[in-house]
Design a binder for this molecule. Structure first.
Ligand SMILES: C[S@@+](CC[C@H](N)C(=O)[O-])C[C@H]1O[C@@H](n2cnc3c(N)ncnc32)[C@H](O)[C@@H]1O
Length: 270
């Protein structure tokens, strides 16, 4: 469970931000390697975009790259004043940025029909299904007619049955499975337990959106505990051209991170 209050306390008070969140890119070797090998390829056809909204930027790990891809305006909204203050300082020279602190749910500060791309990565995995529902419902109103969303969220709930079955196994069996890399050694307690890719799709459809694709993927885990959902208005040309939701169950997400780290290191990239 990761409540809004817990997200306020963790990222606004307790977390040591001295590395600006770049430490979460260690598996890729650097934030730059993660962006260029993992994130940019997934949004390449969606950028540049005139008006971009990033939800939950933290200290701006992805904001740094999104700035150049937002040709008119980049708006960032985070639950924590501390994170928005850090972004303001980091991107002080950038005149096309707009900053908001929210309550962890509301996008009321964004005018309807003004966002061409909404993006969030490595943040809303900590948002439970009630929060995700509110965000998705609002995003549906904020998007322009051909706007698109790319949201990284938890799929932890899909593993409920699996986790129950694993918990029922004798200790020595779990120990063996862990030792042979077939069972997680981390608990991932900060992943939202109530959220799944299927719930995202249901909520999005109810809000008038079409889910173009869903990539269910691992994250320092054996199971596919996360998902990246890409969506647009149901009556957009983009949605009509897309057809049914494309689903990719990607168990190699972290293996690709390791490959990216090795390849980037060849050129001495940071
Ligand atoms: C793990 S940090 C990641 C930040 C950034 N996306 C990155 O990858 O470096 C999580 C961020 O999400 C923000 N956050 C968590 N829950 C949120 C919510 N419901 N609405 C807005 N921001 C939220 C936190 O304040 C924090 O800045």
């Amino acid at each position: 469970m990761a409540t809004i209050d817990e997200n306020i306390a963790m990222w606004g008070r307790d977390y040591d931000w001295s590395q600006h969140g770049d430490e979460w890119s260690d598996s890729w070797g650097s934030a730059a390697a993660q962006w260029y090998f993992s994130l940019l390829p997934r949004i390449r056809d969606l950028v540049p975009a005139p008006r971009v909204l990033e939800i939950a930027p933290g200290y701006g790990r992805w904001t740094h790259y999104l700035r150049a891809l937002a040709t008119e305006k980049l708006t960032v909204v985070d639950l924590n004043e501390r994170c928005i203050a850090a972004c303001k300082e980091r991107f002080a020279g950038d005149t096309h940025m707009e900053y908001h602190v929210n309550d962890g749910r509301s996008l009321a500060m964004i005018p309807d029909g003004t966002i061409d791309l909404v993006f969030s990565f490595d943040s809303l995995v900590h948002a439970e299904s009630d929060v995700m529902q509110e965000y998705v419902q609002q995003i549906a109103r904020k998007l322009t007619q051909e706007g698109v969303g790319v949201i990284h969220h938890s799929n932890m709930g899909e593993l409920d049955g699996y986790r129950t079955r694993i918990a029922a196994l004798p200790f020595f069996v779990r120990k063996f499975l862990r030792a042979t890399g077939r069972l997680d050694t981390i608990d991932h307690q900060w992943r939202a337990r109530t959220m799944t890719a299927a719930k995202f799709a249901t909520v999005a459809q109810a809000a008038g959106l079409a889910v173009l694709s869903q990539e269910l993927h691992n994250w320092h885990s054996v199971g596919l505990i996360d998902a990246i959902s890409v969506f647009a208005l149901r009556d957009s040309q983009r949605a009509r051209a897309n057809g049914p939701t494309r689903v990719f169950r990607n168990a190699d997400f972290m293996r690709d991170a390791e490959q990216a780290r090795r390849i980037a290191a060849l050129a001495g990239a940071r």
